[in-house]
Write a protein that binds this ligand. Structure first.
Ligand SMILES: *Cc1c(COP(=O)(O)O)cnc(C)c1O
Length: 323
């Protein structure tokens, strides 16, 4: 079964609302006025290290439970925060979780999210050197088929939890944010699988959301546009604000500007970003200010979307010079 219908109520997995914090030193460090920058702390969503995927899982898991599922099957990169949080959410509500990753099991002790996935009791299936995202999905379908033949009831949640049901969680996050700061001019978020940005656009309107492409999908404008369409929103994909300049050598590498963002956020805010998503998003915000597209006096909200465990499983971070 595929989760498509919006359930009546979500599964509660966190305490809402997440905090909205002023960040005056960080604002000045990137050329904004001291009063201009807030952090929306969606890294503080509680469950198993927290992160943005919880808002989506509250809805996708509710849909799976309503359909009578006993097992959740999902896919992602080996350091997927979504996979870790799916395992945690499944454990909390008493479902089994199967996580399908590309490639082969890494040598040595598991690090970062993979360690937590194991601790959370998820079954991990390595898809092997298949080469494409589509073939990982094929392996997930085969896992679901195997489970059905064992009279289990699997529910497939897509990569990143991004379908119209999951993205609904971020539509509500947009509404939550306006309750905290009605003068919000722009929210800056990372774009991975796209559900976070799509939901925020649905909740806040296209002009108030700036996405930063991380390289997780081929065409983020098309991906976010399609999700909005599935959510019943009429938004011209061309009108989406997405920065494309932070991908560098690819999703899993640590770019120079992400390295700078990690150190700036740590040293001017005491905030630890993650190397894949929030460091790229913060680097995109920094560039947006430096290029004069965001001026002092604008109310900017940066979505701190989590990912701290991924930092400890990231080769580029572990081998970078932090002295
Ligand atoms: C997945 C993820 C994102 C991106 O969210 P999408 O909805 O997949 O675009 C941002 N930040 C972190 C830490 C994530 O794990």
């Amino acid at each position: 079964m595929t989760v498509t219908d919006l359930p009546a109520v979500p599964v509660q997995l966190a305490s809402w609302p997440t905090p909205l914090e002023h960040a005056p030193r960080l604002a000045e460090a990137i050329g904004l006025g001291a009063g201009d920058l807030w952090l929306k702390r969606d890294d503080l969503t509680g469950l198993a290290g927290g992160g943005n995927k919880i808002r989506k899982l509250e809805w996708t898991l509710a849909a799976a439970l309503a359909d009578g599922a006993d097992t959740i099957v999902t896919t992602g990169a080996p350091q997927s925060n979504h996979a870790r949080l799916t395992a945690a959410a499944a454990a909390r509500v008493g479902l089994d979780a199967v996580l399908v990753f590309p490639g082969n099991k890494p040598e040595g002790a598991p690090a970062g999210n993979l360690l937590l996935d194991a601790m959370l009791g998820a079954e991990i299936v390595w898809a092997g050197d298949t080469g494409s995202d589509a073939s990982v999905v094929d392996v997930a379908e085969a896992v679901a088929q195997r489970l059905r033949s064992q009279r289990r009831r699997p529910a497939l949640i897509p990569f990143g939890g991004s379908n119209a049901v999951g993205a609904h969680g971020y539509r509500l996050a947009g509404v939550e944010l306006l309750g905290q700061l009605s003068s919000t001019d722009v929210v800056v978020c990372a774009v991975g699988s796209g559900g976070t940005m799509a939901g925020l656009v649905a909740g806040l309107g296209v002009n108030r959301v700036l996405g930063v492409h991380t390289g997780a999908v081929a065409d983020p404008r098309a991906t976010v546009g399609r999700l909005l369409c599935e959510m019943g929103e009429e938004v011209d994909p061309e009108s989406l604000r997405i920065r494309m300049d932070q991908v560098g050598d690819g999703y899993e590498t640590l770019t120079d500007s992400a390295y700078s963002a990690l150190t700036t956020a740590a040293q001017a805010g005491g905030i630890i970003l993650d190397p894949v998503y929030t460091a790229r998003a913060f680097a995109g915000l920094t560039a947006e200010v430096a290029q004069g597209h965001l001026r002092p006096g604008t109310s900017v909200v940066f979505l701190a979307s989590g990912g701290l465990p991924g930092l400890f499983g990231h080769e580029g971070v572990r081998s970078a010079d932090w002295t």
